[in-house]
Design a protein around this ligand. Structure first.
Ligand SMILES: Cc1cc2nc3c(=O)[nH]c(=O)nc-3n(C[C@H](O)[C@H](O)[C@H](O)COP(=O)(O)O)c2cc1C
Length: 200
């Protein structure tokens, strides 16, 4: 598969960065090819301009899109699968990735395709990998994992991929180093296996 990976973590010394590396290793071992948008390293601009807002909110596909938006949309449309890798910040993705959706999911691309322009393809696969401080059980108990699935899968991915999943890699907070150390290798192995078998 051709896979587009979007990574959003401010630190290269994070566990999430290790997850990204393990994902890329698994993709290569599985015979997949990958493009990567590392949003913090690229200095991806997350704030919508007023012109972008007016274009999207007023359903007007005529103003040209910014070059960074077009480049990212082309990477998506060249892929069979989209994989997002990020840490959970306040039950959401980091603002960097939320802003990526604000700008990349533009009118005429991710919705309003009848307006013409450059419509987004339907992907074969979307995989959302969210790294969390809390355990999966805690996030289920709090109702927060369901909230993340609703926002990421039901709204943002929606029918833009034929198959979609959110994988929660929990219990990685530094406030419980023993639990974190125990969970990390399990999570990394899971990500590697998911990457090798992506699309199967
Ligand atoms: C600003 C901020 C907000 C966070 N919010 C949450 C949260 O809502 N739920 C959660 O489970 N973990 C939360 N965490 C923990 C992160 O998911 C944490 O970074 C995670 O353990 C991944 O480890 P890493 O940063 O080494 O990649 C937060 C961390 C930060 C810095």
């Amino acid at each position: 598969m051709q896979v587009h990976v979007v990574h959003a973590h401010p630190s290269e010394h994070s566990f999430t960065a290790q997850v990204r590396d393990e994902l890329l290793r698994g993709l290569a071992d599985g015979g997949h090819t990958a493009t990567v948008s590392d949003l913090y390293r690229m200095g991806f601009a997350t704030d919508m301009t007023e012109a972008e807002y007016l274009r999207d909110a007023h359903y007007d596909a005529t103003p040209p899109l910014a070059p960074d938006v077009v480049a990212e949309q082309r990477r998506i449309n060249a892929a069979d699968a989209l994989v997002l890798v990020y840490p959970v910040f306040w039950t959401e993705a980091p603002a960097k990735l939320v802003g990526w959706f604000d700008r990349i999911w533009s009118y005429g691309f991710a919705y309003g395709q009848e307006a013409g322009g450059f419509p987004m393809k339907t992907l074969d696969r979307a995989l959302v990998i969210a790294v969390a401080g809390h355990t999966e059980a805690e996030l289920v108990e709090q109702g927060r994992l369901q909230a993340m699935r609703t926002v990421m899968l039901d709204d943002r991915i929606n029918d833009r991929a034929r198959s979609k999943d959110l994988v929660l890699l929990g219990g990685t907070s530094r406030d419980d180093p023993e639990r974190r150390e125990a969970n990390r290798p399990i999570h990394l192995r899971r990500v590697y296996e998911l990457a090798v078998g992506l699309g199967r």
